[in-house]
Design a protein around this ligand. Structure first.
Ligand SMILES: Nc1nc2c(ncn2[C@@H]2O[C@H](COP(=O)(O)OP(=O)(O)OP(=O)(O)O)[C@@H](O)[C@H]2O)c(=O)[nH]1
Length: 184
């Protein structure tokens, strides 16, 4: 059996948008309701996608803001990025845009695999960012767009499958679709 391909993905975005919750939901299948700011954490999980085995390393970063300096280590050995905002915060969407600019400056390459995630889509009453606004930024930064709820485990696995798919696009037959937050 071929060895699993090792891929590293960094989760970035404002504080408290749900980066850790997405990683924990994906890797451990649970949602933790209390909030504990992350310094930095790494998770790993074996993922089978399109018949290939991957060892996925998720770097859960400390939340950033528009003034944060992009740590140079996030450009080294990282294969893809998940930029997360929360649909109840327009500010957190703006931070994703700034982070993207800083990231591109740092890595000097505009073709990096990115998934833009609007998390907390269960918070319907508090929505400040429409799906359209999220989708527009995603198009601008050439990212795949998804809305998720780490709480309700909606579209969470899709985030990581999409970022892997984006990485492997050159070498395979992979889809490029987008999914909306499904309200059931
Ligand atoms: N309603 C709702 N709450 C969520 C969701 N995801 C995360 N939360 C809550 O939002 C808060 C912050 O979640 P975290 O996962 O710690 O956020 P983070 O982005 O890792 O935060 P930092 O470590 O500060 O960067 C916690 O209280 C979570 O329970 C979601 O999908 N829906």
């Amino acid at each position: 059996m071929p060895e699993a391909k090792k891929r590293k993905v960094a989760l970035m975005g404002s504080r408290s948008v749900g980066k850790s919750s997405l990683a924990i939901q994906f890797v451990q299948g649970q949602f933790v309701d209390h909030y504990e700011p992350t310094i930095e954490n790494t998770f790993n999980k074996k993922v089978n996608l399109h018949g290939s085995e991957y060892e996925l390393y998720l770097v859960d970063t400390a939340g950033q803001d528009e003034y944060s300096i992009m740590p140079p280590e996030y450009s080294v050995d990282v294969h893809g990025y998940v930029l997360v905002y929360s649909i109840d915060s327009m500010k957190s969407l703006e931070v994703c845009q700034t982070l993207h600019e800083k990231l591109i400056d740092l890595i000097g390459n505009n073709n990096v695999p990115i998934v833009l995630v609007g998390n907390k889509c269960d918070l319907h009453a508090d929505r400040q960012v429409s799906s359209e606004e999220g989708r527009r930024l995603a198009a601008e930064i050439k990212a795949v767009f998804l809305e998720t709820s780490a709480k309700n485990n909606q579209n969470v696995a899709d985030v990581f499958h999409k970022v892997l798919s984006e990485m492997e696009k050159d070498s395979g037959t992979l889809d490029n679709g987008e999914k909306k937050c499904v309200i059931s």
